[in-house]
Design a protein around this ligand. Structure first.
Ligand SMILES: [Zn+2]
Length: 440
């Protein structure tokens, strides 16, 4: 058996195994359940705030947190509790627990206290990168989630005030540990003031605690209903949403991560979903000449984006396509797409036998790959960016895509060819191609 046959046998085995178990796995655990970490503040030897009447915050927090869990589960969300009993947990332990959950959001439940007994009402704390505190630096992730955490804070506060009728004390940019050090959008809800007589009476009332839990849950539901909370204020939002509608781009669970670099596998998948490539003929090497010659192809289809095998641009590389790549196991999520991309020669492997699926793709590479597929149908014009000299390997591709209004520079004179392209930038590029050329 040669390497190709082994690969094929392994693949058949996987397909057989998968047929038996994957359907069951998919049915049993939908990957799309929105997951919330609910954190009841304080506990054990740490009572938190205490009202004049002796009501301890740790009990109030746990009761509201448990009610919140019930409300969230009713909505079909998955919930993980940092504590479900009267135990002490350090702040670091709460964050560590949360980081292990692969959850979508973190919500900490507290009750407030203030030396002035007249202070009352609800507020929600979140980490805001616009108000950094040098003595309390945030995790790198929380800086990027700043706007998203604020959106979650807004929804949560509106929910609790509307349901529980407490005074609205607003959103509070804060450096408290649990909203500053995690890896997912995080908020801390201060439900009401135990130091205030009327607020303490509210917190002592089970019906009000239930209303608070329902309000927080309603706010979370508003947030969870957003298609991708992390693109709501993003410049590429419209492009991303149009491509999502067409099934061309996906999020990663409930977020889109617009400013993360796009990987080679992700780009191959986007191209495959855009062009609906057919599996190539059994002998892809035999059709190499045709693929290479297709660069002289005719007009772009007037509508639709389905391209059939006789119009691929191809790389012009006619060396045999490997039967496998040593860094592409058959179980890799984009295995078939990448093998097809290699056979169709719009994405080549490397001389060392790899195809590097998780390697970020640069702006020049992304332009070159799209150009292999559509370039022959574009006006053959050039555009000189100061950082794309005419003899640069990707300059023709960049020029054609620029002239067609599919890709833009990072400024009038700069293209940044060797910078990783972001998921937002690729969405804008593909949107301009799919939904009509607009000048970038
Ligand atoms: Zn507290």
């Amino acid at each position: 058996m040669d390497a190709g046959e082994v690969q094929l046998t392994m693949r058949k085995l996987w397909v057989t195994l998968c047929a038996a178990t994957c359907a069951m796995m998919v049915a049993a655990a939908p990957a799309s359940a929105f997951k919330v970490v609910v954190d009841a503040g304080h506990g054990g030897r740490d009572p938190g705030a205490v009202s004049a009447g002796g009501l301890q915050e740790k009990y109030v927090n746990l009761d509201i947190a448990q009610r919140l869990r019930t409300e969230l589960q009713k909505r079909g969300y998955e919930v993980a509790m940092t504590r479900d009993t009267d135990v002490y947990l350090s702040l670091a332990e709460r964050v560590e627990f949360t980081n292990e959950q692969n959850a979508d959001i973190f919500v900490s439940v507290h009750a407030n206290s203030h030396p002035s007994t007249s202070a009352k009402g609800s507020m929600v704390l979140y980490y805001d990168a616009a108000y950094p505190q040098s003595d309390y630096p945030s995790s790198a992730e929380m800086t990027t989630w700043s706007d998203v955490s604020k959106m979650l804070a807004r929804q949560t506060l509106d929910g609790v005030v509307a349901k529980a009728g407490t005074e609205n004390d607003g959103l509070v940019p804060s450096a408290v540990y649990v909203v500053r050090m995690g890896t997912i959008p995080s908020v801390l809800v201060e439900t009401a003031f135990l130091s205030n007589r009327s607020d303490a009476a509210l917190l002592a009332d089970a019906a009000v605690r239930q209303a608070m839990a329902e309000g927080i849950a309603a706010g979370i539901a508003e947030y969870a209903a957003l298609p991708f909370p992390d693109i709501m204020n993003h410049w590429a939002k419209e492009s991303i949403m149009r491509l999502k509608e067409k099934g061309i781009v996906n999020g990663i669970n409930h977020y889109f991560y617009p400013d993360r670099p796009l990987t080679r596998a992700q780009f191959a998948a986007i191209l495959d979903r855009t062009f609906h490539f057919e599996e190539p003929a059994a002998d892809p090497n035999g059709s190499c000449q045709k693929l290479a010659n297709a660069d002289k192809g005719s007009a772009k289809p007037a509508s639709g984006v389905t391209v059939t095998s006789n119009v691929y641009g191809g790389s012009g590389n006619c060396s045999p396509v490997p039967a496998s790549f040593r860094d592409l196991p058959v179980t890799y999520w984009a295995y078939e797409t990448l093998m097809k991309a290699a056979k169709l020669r719009y994405m080549d492997g490397y001389a060392d036998g790899t195809i590097r699926p998780d390697q970020p793709i640069t702006r020049a590479e992304a332009a070159a790959l799209l150009d292999r597929i559509v370039g022959s149908k574009l006006p053959q014009t050039t555009k000189s960016f100061a950082d794309v000299p005419a003899d640069m390997w990707a300059s023709k591709a960049i020029g054609r895509l620029y002239a067609a209004g599919i890709i833009g520079g990072v400024s009038d004179t700069q293209f940044a060819p060797s910078r990783s392209i972001t998921r937002a930038e690729i969405s804008a590029m593909m949107d301009r191609y799919v939904n009509g050329s607009q000048k970038p």
